[in-house]
Write a protein that binds this ligand. Structure first.
Ligand SMILES: *Cc1c(COP(=O)(O)O)cnc(C)c1O
Length: 338
């Protein structure tokens, strides 16, 4: 039996989730009459005390729609150089939002209010692209799942307000951060102009992300989604899984975090592992000893029945999730331990 830790997207719907999907009332969401989609959008928005939500096929789509709505061609977006919106969205920041980008080097992908303020262009200087938007990622995937604290976010918000900048959150794994900090999602709703949340990561839904923001923002986002070919019909089938995930799979994320720390303890004594990024949530990124290649090591793990993701030349990523239980953890221990 393979232990699949390539990502927290590999989960299958639980029987309860499948039941919710099969029994969900459906409509045609392009006509705006799928009641389950509407219920999911309202539920997700209410969790963050935001006005409205838009259910989309992926987190890339919610991020890209947000950027496209917020930013005019040639405007500049500030984000960390490790950001998903920059590295992993197929160049969409340029192709969809047609934005210029200012990449910062933060602390494992987390950028500070001070760094942001220093990177804002003088709006009176016509040589420079107009700084329009700041995007934060929480938790930070490439930073090993580390997260921001609310006071840092509040300080960033303050800078954005002073300079008239929009603040977007790529919150693909925002609930992983929230269950660790105990902070309230409604505080996030106050600070961010838009939030993207993945339902298909740790929350265990098969497909989907929601974009949250004000009503006028979501109206524009709905048009952009349609333009991108993302209008969908009986999407309530998938939205039902998202509702089930939000109602049942948030608190349990702590278990994924506990198991990630247990994996860290298994890795620590291995001679081939020379460094592990601090494990704060469900992501474990480790560095291999000199001369070892990530792709080769991932192949060796596969032969032991463990699927991992190469993460750059000499780094490997493991992600815990809903389908990785304590029993699987002891199997991993046996397979890696020797
Ligand atoms: C997974 C992920 C996304 C969205 O990915 P999709 O596969 O398009 O759903 C966005 N941001 C981060 C940080 C992610 O990890």
């Amino acid at each position: 039996m393979l232990l699949d830790l390539r990502s927290d997207t590999v989960t299958r719907p639980t029987p309860e989730m499948l039941y919710a999907m099969m029994t969900a009332p459906l409509g045609d969401d392009v006509f705006g009459d799928d009641p389950t989609v509407k219920a999911l959008e309202a539920l997700a928005a209410s969790r963050f005390s935001m006005e409205a939500g838009l259910f989309c096929a992926s987190g890339t789509m919610t991020n890209q729609i947000a950027l496209t709505v917020h930013v005019a061609a040639g405007d500049e977006v500030i984000c960390d150089a490790l950001s998903h919106i920059y590295l992993y969205e197929g160049g969409g920041l340029m192709a969809n939002a047609r934005a210029s980008v200012r990449l910062l080097t933060g602390d494992r992908g987390r950028i500070s209010a001070e760094q942001i303020e220093d990177a804002i262009n003088n709006p009176a200087d016509i040589h420079l692209p107009t700084t329009r938007l700041v995007s934060l990622e929480n938790t930070m995937n490439k930073g090993g799942g580390c997260y921001y604290r609310l006071p840092e976010i509040a300080a960033i918000r303050e800078v954005c307000e002073r300079h008239g900048l929009i603040l977007h959150l790529d919150g693909a794994r925002v609930f992983n951060a929230l269950v660790e900090t105990g902070e309230s999602p409604t505080e996030y709703g106050r600070h961010f102009d838009s939030i993207s949340v993945c339902l298909s990561k740790g929350l265990g839904a098969p497909v989907g992300s929601v974009l949250l923001g004000t009503k006028p923002f979501i109206e524009k986002a709905r048009r952009v989604r349609k333009r991108m070919g993302g209008g969908w019909r009986q999407a309530g089938l998938l939205a039902a899984a998202g509702i089930h995930a939000l109602e049942n799979h948030v608190e349990r994320l702590k278990e994924d975090h506990r198991r990630a720390r247990a994996i860290e303890a298994v890795l620590r004594p291995l001679p081939e592992v020379i460094d592990i990024l601090p494990v704060e949530t469900n992501i474990v990124i480790f560095q291999l000893a000199e001369g070892m290649k990530a792709t080769e090591y991932v192949q060796q793990l596969k032969e032991k029945g463990i699927l991992a993701a190469p993460f750059g030349k000499d780094k490997v990523r493991l992600v815990t999730h809903l389908d990785f239980t304590d029993q699987h953890l002891s199997m991993l221990n046996e397979r890696m331990g020797q």
